[in-house]
Design a protein around this ligand. Structure first.
Ligand code: GLN
Length: 199
């Protein structure tokens, strides 16, 4: 059973742990470098990317996470976690910094300030069945992807139709929305399969 850590600096850590367990993984919070050493993969939760960035430095996790990613560790980031995995962030705070991540440009709070939160159906390539009931909370979208990045999902209806909201580059996976909040463990199961294949 793969051991998957959830970066527990800030954000909806418990919900990701529960979704990972539902998807058949052994899941645990990661707050220290020594805890990072014990996991096969990492989830970066939704929350606030500026805060997660700051705390990653304070908890001395930035370098160890960058290094594990360079070594091929699978990482899944949702929402703020997606921002932390982006090589370029628009509308970010000047001092926020992500991990060595996915070759893409994301825009923070992209869906508009007045729309704090909305829901839309999203189909994810490689995940069979119904479209996801995707929950977006002050979410980013992806404005550019590099050659090595696979687009897994776009918004299919409403004013934001066509916007990229799920991507994968090698062992790195990111979504703008929060599957951990809707009791749908299929995305986490997809990630657990990816982690199994990477081992
Ligand atoms: N707006 C947040 C950020 O910039 C992300 C919101 C979320 O994770 N739900 O990090």
């Amino acid at each position: 059973v793969p051991v998957i850590g959830v970066l527990a600096l800030q954000g909806d850590v418990r919900e990701h742990v529960a979704a990972l367990v539902a998807a058949g993984a052994d899941a645990r919070p990661v707050r220290r470098a020594s805890e990072l050493d014990e996991v096969d993969a990492l989830v970066i939760p939704g929350g606030e990317s500026t805060t997660i960035s700051k705390l990653a430095d304070i908890f001395e996790l930035r370098e160890p996470i960058d290094k594990r990613i360079a070594d091929g560790m699978p990482v899944y980031g949702s929402c703020a976690g997606m921002i932390m995995l982006a090589s370029e962030v628009l509308d970010g705070r000047p001092d926020q910094r992500g991990f060595a991540g996915i070759d893409m440009t994301v825009r923070r709070n992209a869906f508009g300030r007045q729309v704090d939160s909305f829901e839309a159906p999203v189909e994810i390539g490689g995940v069979p069945g119904e479209p996801f009931h995707a929950v977006f909370i002050r979410a980013p979208w992806v404005e550019r992807v590099g050659d090595g990045v696979q687009v897994l999902g776009t918004v299919t209806g409403g004013p934001s139709a066509g916007r990229i909201v799920a991507v994968r580059q090698g062992n790195l996976l990111a979504t703008s929305f929060h599957p951990e909040l809707t009791g749908d463990a299929r995305l986490h199961a997809y990630f657990v399969d990816l982690v199994r294949a990477a081992r």
